[in-house]
Write a protein that binds this ligand. Structure first.
Ligand code: WTA
Length: 645
């Protein structure tokens, strides 16, 4: 699959929300304009009023302290995000409302009301305290998409332990690195997880990671499947035993607004993945407001975000944002194509899902599988659709709108990042017409600009770099253990502003189209991967002398991974083994789609690899551009003649 993804152009016809949707919308066009204007000229007033809709154990002294590039929000205030997500809802009389409706891949179904979820979270909080976890400790989670993932996150938040969720698809060594980097003494995992009808042995991976992460002391093991994972005496405890032994009385810790809520590792253009740090108060207020306004949540909605809790979308829009709004959240454990490509539509119909938030990769896979799968189901409960994680091509947007949304559901294309914590650009569903392929307007408090490398504004309609000029409450605060990297990576590339790493352009209506990464980060099926991470994995294999990784357009995944590899003398090429090796080191999501065994890479005289040319080879294009700076331009001809394996 080397198909080129079509890009959004500005002549896409805007799609207006249906009048009845607009009439009932949580935010109208005028309200957006008034709220946005206030968030720009009086940010402290705007955010202070929003924050007061939530519970604070002690009020803040100042809404914002901005010592660029370090921000503190709600300075001196004390609060607890788990208290706001659960205790507050029960006190508001929502105790009997469904908080989580969970469906396992094998058909298991479990429902938790707000009162039941609160009870579980209190027990889990006490279970962590019983293990000796104290406020400020890091706890790593390596879990499937089961309710215990949300319960464990909220339990950490309740006692002030900083959670670090590691996606269940990451390998043993990726997990071990993250445990070690975060210095977590406690890991919460599960015996196994269902994926496409087979069991993924999470506990086995956790055991192997523990052997590589000496800092780890204790493991809590959720029994999801058959409970027969070997348990290490003195180190491992079953989650259900720990919760049964723990009290169900627990008062949420009143935490400083800037208390670190979680670390989430994400790939950058260089080096190892970085631990993005989010704190309590600002993240809470940001996810609370964006969930209510972007997803237009109403009391009787059943909201389903199909992300995994291992990514930021799962943190902000499965767990925190929806529960802070008292929403009923659907959570699904497994693959979208198990037992077939109708699974999502079957779930939507049976449970009556009203709001669906998914990724362009999934939408393109559904398109390719064919309209028959959605046609088998009644999707009339849906009223709003969302997209996140990568640019959505207009064709996929229109298919989603027409086939899944029946032409009546607005589609919100939401641009944001692990670092931004909450949605930054979108077209609010009842307020404005959407333009297929274009995220849209800034959310409250977000001050975007499109600039050159030097920081100068780019005229409307022209491509440039997307930056944010003002701090916002849910912004990352630092990189775990490496504040210098935070300052340099995010605020140092283009002085004085936050640089997102994406290219974008703005049209005459102010709508922003995000075109994709301009750095060495790939977006494969909506998952961020650093080319340098994959390169170092490849070079770690005994047969590889040198490697360069680039992306190529892929019809379904958005981008595919292409590796150019130089072998060590005396070794023969074994592409299948190299793919297995990358899966072992990082995870299957990083496995190269194509491998070129090369005899040289295109380098400048100073030794820098010219990736531009590699991208052309990978995409099957003619080599074009200035080759005069190459040390040996004939390398390109040989590469172009090399078959991909
Ligand atoms: C890309 C995911 C275009 C972008 C929430 C960004 C998007 C990266 C969109 C962040 C969108 C996300 N349109 N591109 N609507 N949403 N991206 O940290 O390149 O996993 O920088 O956060 O995904 O990925 P991350």
């Amino acid at each position: 699959m080397t198909g080129k993804i079509e890009h959004a152009s500005h002549d896409e016809a805007p799609v207006a929300p249906p009048t009845d949707f607009a009439a009932r919308a949580n935010v109208t066009e005028q309200q957006y304009r008034d709220m946005y204007a206030r968030s720009m000229h009086d940010p402290e007033g705007f955010w202070g009023d929003t924050a007061r809709e939530l519970h604070w154990h002690a009020p803040w002294d100042r809404v914002l302290d901005w010592q660029s590039p370090h921000a503190q929000w709600f300075v001196g205030g004390r609060t607890n995000i788990a208290y706001n997500a659960l205790d507050r809802q029960v006190q508001r009389g929502l105790g009997d409302r469904r908080a989580i409706v969970w469906e396992g891949e094998n058909g298991d179904i479990r429902t938790y009301t707000y009162a039941e979820l609160l009870e579980q979270v209190k027990r889990a909080a006490n279970a962590l305290l019983n293990l000796g976890v104290v406020s400020g400790d890091r706890v790593t989670l390596y879990l499937p998409m089961i309710p215990e993932a949300a319960i464990a996150m909220l339990a950490c938040a309740r006692i002030g332990a900083t959670h670090s969720v590691v996606f269940g698809g990451f390998s043993v060594s990726a997990l071990a690195d993250r445990i070690q980097n975060a210095q977590s003494r406690v890991l919460i995992t599960a015996d196994a997880s269902y994926r496409r009808g087979t069991l993924v042995p999470l506990k086995g991976n956790a055991d192997a990671a523990a052997a590589q992460a000496p800092v780890l002391e204790r493991m809590l093991v959720v029994c999801r499947a058959d409970c027969d994972a070997p348990m290490q005496e003195g180190r491992d405890t079953y989650w259900h035993d720990a919760l049964a032994a723990a009290s169900s009385d627990h008062d949420a810790a009143p935490l400083d607004s800037e208390h670190p809520l979680f670390v989430l590792y994400t790939s950058g253009s260089t080096g190892k993945p970085k631990g993005v740090v989010h704190t309590t108060g600002g993240y809470m207020v940001g996810t609370y407001l964006t969930t209510r306004t972007v997803f237009d949540l109403k009391e009787d909605d059943l909201y389903w975000c199909t992300a995994d809790v291992g990514w930021i979308t799962g943190h902000s829009y499965i767990v925190y944002g929806p529960l802070l709004n008292g929403a009923s959240v659907l959570m699904y454990e497994g693959a979208p194509n198990h037992p077939d490509w109708a699974r999502f539509w079957d779930i939507t119909e049976r449970h009556g899902v009203t709001v669906l938030y998914t990724a362009p990769t999934a939408i393109r896979s559904f398109m390719r599988a064919g309209d028959d799968f959605p046609a088998r189901h009644d999707l009339s409960s849906l009223r709003l659709l969302g997209s996140v994680g990568e640019p959505i091509n207009p064709e996929a947007w229109r298919w989603y709108h027409r086939v899944i949304g029946g032409g009546r559901c607005p589609v919100v294309d939401t641009w944001w990042q692990t670092e931004t914590g909450s949605i930054m650009l979108t077209t609010l569903p009842g307020a404005f017409p959407a333009k297929p392929g274009t995220a849209g307007l800034p959310m409250f408090g977000v001050d975007p600009a499109i600039v050159t490398r030097e920081g100068d504004d780019v005229p409307d309609g022209e491509g440039g770099l997307l930056v944010i000029r003002k701090p916002w409450p849910s912004m990352l605060r630092t990189v775990y253990g490496d504040d210098e990297r935070y300052v340099r990576t995010y605020w140092g590339e283009i002085p004085g502003v936050y640089f997102a790493g994406d290219g974008a352009r703005r049209d005459a209506d102010g709508y922003i189209t995000v075109m994709g990464r301009v750095d060495d980060v790939l977006n494969v099926s909506g998952h961020r991967l650093g080319t340098s991470e994959i390169e170092s994995a490849l070079v770690g294999h005994a047969s590889v002398a040198e490697a360069a990784v680039v992306g190529r357009p892929d019809e379904v995944k958005g981008e595919g991974v292409v590796a150019f590899v130089l072998l060590q003398n005396g070794h023969t090429a074994d592409p299948a083994e190299l793919r297995r090796h990358v899966s072992r080191v990082i995870g299957a999501l990083a496995r190269p789609d194509a491998i070129y065994i090369a005899d040289a890479l295109p380098k400048t005289r100073s030794g820098k690899i010219m990736r531009r040319f590699l991208r052309q080879v990978a995409a099957g294009q003619e080599i074009s551009g200035d080759t005069s700076t190459l040390e040996d331009p004939s390398v390109l001809d040989r590469l172009a003649a090399t078959p991909a394996q």
